[in-house]
Design a protein around this ligand. Sequence first.
Ligand code: ADP
Ligand code: MG
Length: 628
Amino acid sequence: MTTQAVKQPHTFKAEIKQLLDILVHSLYTEREIFLRELISNASDALSRMRLVMLTEQDVLDPEAELAIRISADPDKRLLTIEDTGVGMTLEELDENLGTIAHSGARAFLEATQKGEKEPQNLAEIIGQFGVGFYSVFMVADKVVVTSRSYRPEAQAARWISEGGETYVLEPAEKEARGTRLEIHLKEDAAEFAQEYRLRDIIRRHSDFVAYPIYLGEGEEPVNTRKALWRESPGAVSEEQYADFYKQFTLDFEPPLLHLHLRADAPVQLYALLYIPAKAERGMFSLRKEDGLKLYARKVLIREYTKDLLPEYLRFVQGVVDSEDLPLNVSREMVQSSRVVERIRKVLEGKVLGALKEMAAKEPEKYARFWEEFGRFIKEGVATLQDEAARKKLYPLLRFRSTRFPDRWVSLDEYVGRMKGGQKAIYYLLGEDAASVLNSPHLDPFRAQGYEVLTLTDAIDSFLAVMLKEYEGFPFQNAASADVTLPKEDAEEKEDTAPEEEALTPLLERFRAVLGERVAEVRFSRRLSASVARLSDPEGAPDAEMQRVYRYLGKDYEVPKKVLELNPHHAMLRRLAALPEDDPLAEAAIEQIYENALLLEGLHPNPASMTERIQQLMEAALGVEDERA
Ligand code: ADP
Ligand code: MG
């Protein structure tokens, strides 16, 4: 390029004009990210310089510290960023700042051209892509870049632009190696000439940049530079892990678990992951969303990256850093990249491994984990389509059971103490612990000493649909008509025919009173302590499917149930002995039915029972007799 040509203003390529036009007029509220972009460019230039010095003898300023210096003059609204990196010649300035090399910027432009031009979308797009050097025009109305290449024979040069159609290139005077950006801030961007504001932004976005960043006259770097996750795990103290977590989240409670990982295959990565103490993010938490903080070679790529872990592990917090990701990785690339796929596999395996270890070695801690995050693991089981992946979660599941209503029981534990001859893992779904534990469905299980898992979470019906078998034992719903306990197979219970016969008129009475509300009324041989229970007529959907329907759609109608009566129960004998016209009989029949509904979690309006209960109490207490 001749000096003649240099003096002429150069015109930006069409796509840059377009980009600048968007940025200059952008009202993006998180404009502060321009600083991250410029610091990351300086950091790149410094890294390249470090490499050059390893291979080339003859460089300018070999003694200069590899560092970034930022200074601000609020009166002039001037921000200056200077580095001692590789620098640029006049040709390089033209090439690098006059054409659109940055793939993030290109992806950004493509996204804006897809008709997503609404301002709020735009803000999102800027945040996602990071538009590189040009983002400076969100805050600047003029930028002067003065640079001197590390090559000893190169001349310093200057690039000037006001964010319009053109830029100017000219030779310049600069003694030291590297690049200096003079940023003339827009009136509404004066805040970026305030040191306290700059310090804050640097700490937030560039704290782990590898080179010291000095601010103003300061001699101490503003950034800690310590990428804790890149340290060797043996060299980091518990306190440092806890401190980092606190800085990272502002959580008051220390985390339940930290996991420091390094891998070289199948993908290079460093990761520092945490499981918080509580599922609920505190009001003051710095983490506004789920997702891990993703660095590529120490440069922050995305604050909240959701693709690095399967959805059900979204409660995990932390940082992932990989040498295998390109720095300019865009959002789409993060989602689709094979590297990310591999990272996700590694991280999922490690997190599950750590949880298994916690469950084995620190059961009390695991119980705390389960109480906070158990529903996420259940969600994994309920939603993972891949059976192998789903089964990996089974050992992590915990349940209450009829035997241990106040302790967490694992499937291994359950299977370990199954009775001889037991062929299935029994469970019972219900609304809450009290109604499940009082369920008449449990009668035969209690009578024969079989443990039943009690499932009372909203998500448990979804879980039950997915749970098929564990260690070769199928899961069976204790309320299902198909369940036969081994003992029932072997020896038939005593003959109940005489009792049943005596109660046949009562059975008719039940049928008359309940009418269309039940599919049928019949005797059952399975009940012992309970007077009655509701079961499904043949051909009805499974109990768990019924619940799933109920959660999914409000107007799902529960199929009519069969009311089963216990012919041995003294209450029925007394009831049968009441005179035909005793109003108590009808009230008792209604109440027996509604109690069964209640225990099943099917009662539409429990409060409506109070009047009848009052009537029954008055009868029991002989209130009528007193009045007489
Ligand atoms: P990217 O950093 O993704 O390449 P940018 O738009 O941020 O895209 O920067 C464009 C190019 O300008 C960089 O690739 C680099 O060659 C050059 N550049 C920017 N800042 C500096 C700097 N401080 N020192 C040396 N070169 C720089
Ligand atoms: Mg850049």
